[in-house]
Structure formats: C-alpha cells, structure tokens
Ligand binder design. Structure first.
Ligand code: HEC
Length: 110
C-alpha cells in the first residue's frame, strides 16, 4: 500500500512539471496546419507546393513566428488573433515530426 502512494506522488509531480512547461503539441499543430490553410500552399505534410517546403526541419520557433506574422510576398499574414504564439509553436512541433523523404529512390535517381 505504501508503494502505491509513492507511485501516485511521482505521477503527480511529473504531470505538474509537464503542465508548467507547456510543451508544444504536435497533434494540435497538425490540426491547425490543416484548419488554417497552411496545407493549401505548403502541402499536407509540409512538402511544398505554391509555397516552399517546411518540413521536416522548420525554422526555429522565434523566426517561424515572426515569419507568419509578417511574410515576405505571396503568403497571407496570420496575426496573433488568428493564431497565438503557442499555436504557431504547435504547428512547428507538427512540422518537426514529419519524416525526412527517402533519399535514394531508384525511380527518382536512375
Ligand atoms: C496562399 C498560400 C500560403 C498559405 C495559406 C501559407 N503560406 Fe507560408 N508561404 C507561402 C509562400 C508563397 C511563401 C514564400 C515566401 C512568400 O511569398 O511569402 C511562404 C513561406 C513560408 C515560410 C518561410 C519558409 C522559409 O524557409 O523561408 C514559412 C515558415 C511559412 N510559409 C509558414 C506557413 C504557415 C505556418 C502557414 C499557415 C499558418 C502558411 N505558411 C500559410 C504561401 C502560403
């Protein structure tokens, strides 16, 4: 019985610390990437289209946030009202989870 309390105390401590950090949520990022239309120009897995490839190595979080707030040309700006900084961080986390495309596809490199 005593062990159970130790386990519960550790679990509580762990869940508290993860909440304090508010780690970016890739699952939510994927949802936002689709919901906010990023996929229309950058592809559903950030592979690129009208817009450049974004995955699997997205810009660092501050640069990415700055970019979506004030893009260069053809991309529409996303204000903090449309997407909060933490939502942009979630999108970044999603882009970072996308696997690298295979390098040596015989069909592409005969
Ligand atoms: C209407 C098309 C369109 C949409 C929608 C769009 N983008 Fe873009 N994006 C572009 C284009 C085109 C560029 C290339 C530079 C430019 O013209 O602004 C770009 C550039 C970028 C870059 C810079 C890439 C680099 O390596 O310099 C990032 C980051 C980016 N987009 C993220 C996003 C995110 C995140 C979303 C959704 C919240 C999004 N974009 C929605 C078209 C789009």
């Amino acid at each position: 019985m005593k062990h159970l309390w130790v386990v519960l105390a550790i679990a509580a401590a762990l869940s508290d610390s993860s909440r304090a950090q508010e780690a970016p949520n890739a699952e939510n990022g994927k949802r936002l990437f689709l919901k906010n239309g990023c996929y229309e120009c950058h592809g559903t897995v950030g592979q690129g289209g009208t817009g450049p490839r974004l995955a699997p190595r997205p810009l660092a979080a501050p640069a990415l946030t700055a970019y979506v707030r004030k893009p260069a040309n053809g991309m529409p700006p996303y204000s903090a009202k449309v997407m909060t900084d933490s939502e942009v961080a979630d999108i970044r986390a999603y882009l970072a989870t996308i696997p690298e495309p295979p390098k040596n596809l015989p069909l592409l490199n005969p």
